[in-house]
Structures are given as structure tokens and as C-alpha cells.
Design a protein around this ligand. Sequence first.
Ligand code: NAD
Ligand code: 2YG
Ligand code: MG
Length: 259
Amino acid sequence: MALLTPKDLININKQLQEADSTVQRVTGLDIKGICKALYGTSPSSEKVGIVPVTSGNGIIGNFSASLHAITQYFGFESFVTDMPDVSGYYEAVRDGAEIILMADDYTFLAHNLKNGKMANNQPCTGIIYAEIASRYLKAYSKDVFVVGLGKVGFPGAAHLVQKGFRVYGYDPDENLIQRAVSNLGVIPFNPEKPKKFSIIFEATPCANTIPESVLSENCVLSTPGIPCAISEELQTKYDVQLVAEPLGIGTVSMLYSVL
Ligand code: NAD
Ligand code: 2YG
Ligand code: MG
């Protein structure tokens, strides 16, 4: 289990602004536009209550404050409760929250108390990063390389298959490749047979997961994975369009999915 650190979340507003302008350049839509197109929903002044949770590894410095900044950035009214855990949940509902955001070490959820809809961060993150990749305006084919087929990568791969892309998948865990082949029709990527891609979606907790041989000039790499999948050197060498941000894109995907 790879947990965020306070350092990942430094300058979250700047990270979001930069990600938003990259998404706009790559797809022609900003992040809100992507969410609207993906879920067919729009916010109408829903109030979001953010509840800090102390269980397991406990509070992550900057986590609740970052969720506050992210929700405000995307135009939601929001507040962080003073108390954590059950007392914080009580406080959030008492003070008018319509959507609850909270996370322990295993689950980060959004729960809309008005319509009962609930979202999990992992599939919502995979789906939105895959959606962004799929909308690359300069893609030269329908081939997509998916690196990492775990809790974030698998739903992203499923979304790409459902959108009609030809998905090549890689994960060092052979069981996960087999699951993606039999459930989704993913084509196993063979590292011995190099192939170049203009669209790459990555979701692993490891650095340097993208081999140089798959990069084409000006390809898009859409990746929620932390640390970043590619070195600055390779990014510059191939002029890679990098969409990477630690918390906001996945969070707004969750919020739009429960509207
Ligand atoms: P997971 O453990 O379920 O899946 C990760 C997968 O990556 C595993 O199947 C693993 O075998 C595979 N992997 C490891 N090394 C690899 C390599 N070299 N090449 C290909 N695959 C490799 O984890 P997850 O829940 O899917 O999360 C993936 C990453 O996304 C983590 O870093 C997590 O912190 C991050 N994440 C980011 C956001 C965000 O908003 N940016 C949101 C959720 C998760
Ligand atoms: O309330 C708090 O401060 C903590 N209980 C939050 C714990 C979140 C743990 N989860 C993660 O670090 C992530 N893997 C999930 C967050 C999605 C963005 N990467
Ligand atoms: Mg994100």
C-alpha cells in the first residue's frame, strides 16, 4: 500500500493549475470539462464535508487541507471538520455536508448523502486518467499502452477497452495480466518486441516504469502513479506531454461520479 506523504501535496494549487493547463493542451478540454463529458453531471452548489481519519497510519499532513483546496478549486463549497473520525462525521452531517470525503489507509471515498451514490478513489482515478489519455488530440492510432494493472490501472484499462481502444497491457504480476486478457481482451505487451505508442497510461507505485523503446515523439503519458513513471531526461528527450498530479484529478472524478 503506497500512501501519500505531506511532501507530495506541497503547492497543491500550483500542481492543479499546471495539470489543468496540460489537460487542456492535450485534450482541448479542462479537467472539469473532462468530468462533465465522462459522467454527464455538473455540480449545483453541493456542500462537501471533509473528515480527517486517524486510524491505521493516521492523519497525513496536508491531506484534508489539500482536499479543501481541491474542492474549492473545482467550485465546490467545502469545509474540514474540527474533529476527526466518528465525531468528525457527526459534525460534517450536522453542519450541512451533502457529500462526505474521507480516507483511511485502504479506502478513500466520496458519499453523496442526498442520492446515496458512493465512489472509490482507485477506479475513479484510473478512469479519469485513462479518459484524459484517450482524448489526446494528436494521437496517431487507437493503440494504448497500459502499465500497471492493479486497483487503479485495471479500471483504467477497462475504460479504454470500452471506448474502443486497442489496449496493450503490462504488469510484472502474471496473474494480473491474465485477468486483463481474459476479462477485458487486453493484448499482453511483450517487452522483447518493442513497439511505439502515442498514448500511454501508467498506474504503478514505481519510478522509471516506461521503457524508452515505447516512447514516440510528443506522446502523452497520463499517470496518477507516485513517484513519476518517467525521468525528466526522457520526458525532455521525447517532448512527452505529462499529465501527473497527486490527488486533485482523482478527487474531482469521484465528486462528479456521485452527482
Ligand atoms: P496496486 O498496488 O493495486 O497496483 C500497482 C500495480 O503496479 C501492481 O499490480 C504492480 O505489480 C504493478 N507494477 C509494479 N511495478 C511495475 C512495473 N515496473 N511495470 C508495470 N507494472 C508494475 O496500486 P494502485 O492502487 O493501483 O495504485 C497505483 C499508484 O497510483 C500508486 O502509486 C498510488 O499511490 C497511485 N494513486 C494516485 C492517485 C492520484 O490521484 N494521483 C490516486 C490513487 C492512487
Ligand atoms: O485523514 C487523513 O489524513 C488520512 N487518514 C488519509 C489517508 C489517505 C491514505 N491514502 C493514500 O495515501 C492514497 N493511496 C489514496 C489517496 C489518493 C491520491 N493518491
Ligand atoms: Mg489525482
